[in-house]
Design a protein. Structure first.
Length: 232
């Protein structure tokens, strides 16, 4: 209604930036969270376990806008990294620099819950008979933890990751506003304030479809990840 451009064209020009932000947030935060959760489970009750659990509680408690404002003030304000807009595609140096702070902001909220569920799931699998059998056969600890414990603990981890990644699409509004990132969330906010309701409805529809697609993908992964459904 405002730009006199079809809604699909407006969304097509912004969805790429949101997908880039989502991928950049997941690439660094999910592997780190799984690593921390696995270490905490393997060293249960030790210093590393307490550190990871404290970090998880802090990560879950901190609002994403506060993390973003801190990074803007102390990192962007110091001139270390740019913090306004998208300066290029993800495969360029300028694009990587401009997406660094938004990705750190969005990814920080993923580490806490994923690390906690990883710790719980790995602790349960470490006490399984197959883990004791693997150790009795002389398997090394890295193989026991990665091949047997972590692999059998992946189902609840992947379930939570799917939900969290789906939430990234809807929760990107705050991050995109802070960093003036030209994504769907920022476009939807602008459309709502401008009274452009067709554009706002289109953005919400795309976000909902993205959430459904991500969780459908997670459901399809269950058959591949569940060791009970695989032939020995």
């Amino acid at each position: 209604m405002i730009s006199n451009v079809p809604v699909i064209d407006e969304i097509g020009g912004t969805i790429g930036a949101t997908v880039e932000l989502m991928l950049a947030s997941v690439i660094w935060s999910i592997p780190l969270a799984i690593l921390l959760g696995t270490l905490a489970a393997y060293r249960r009750g030790k210093l590393i376990d307490r550190f990871v659990m404290t970090l998880s509680v802090v990560g879950v408690s901190l609002p994403v806008f506060w993390v973003g404002l801190l990074l803007v003030q102390h990192v962007g304000g110091a001139g270390i990294l740019p913090y306004i807009g998208r300066n290029g595609p993800l495969w360029t140096l300028a694009g990587l620099e401009s997406i660094a702070l938004p990705a750190l902001t969005r990814g920080s909220v993923l580490i806490g819950p994923v690390a906690r569920i990883t710790r719980t799931a790995v602790i349960e699998t470490l006490s399984g008979d197959y883990v004791r059998t693997a150790r009795a056969k002389g398997a090394g600890e890295p193989r026991v933890v990665l091949r047997h414990a972590l692999r059998n603990a992946l189902l609840p981890i992947v379930t939570l990751v799917g939900l969290q990644v789906g939430n990234l699409l809807g929760g990107a509004v705050v991050t995109e506003q802070i960093y003036s990132w030209p994504g769907v969330g920022r476009m939807a906010v602008g459309a709502i304030f401008a009274g452009d309701f067709p554009l706002a409805q289109g953005a919400i529809l795309v976000t909902a479809l993205g959430f459904i697609f991500i969780n459908l993908t997670v459901d399809l992964l269950y058959g591949y990840l569940d060791p009970r459904g695989q032939k020995s």
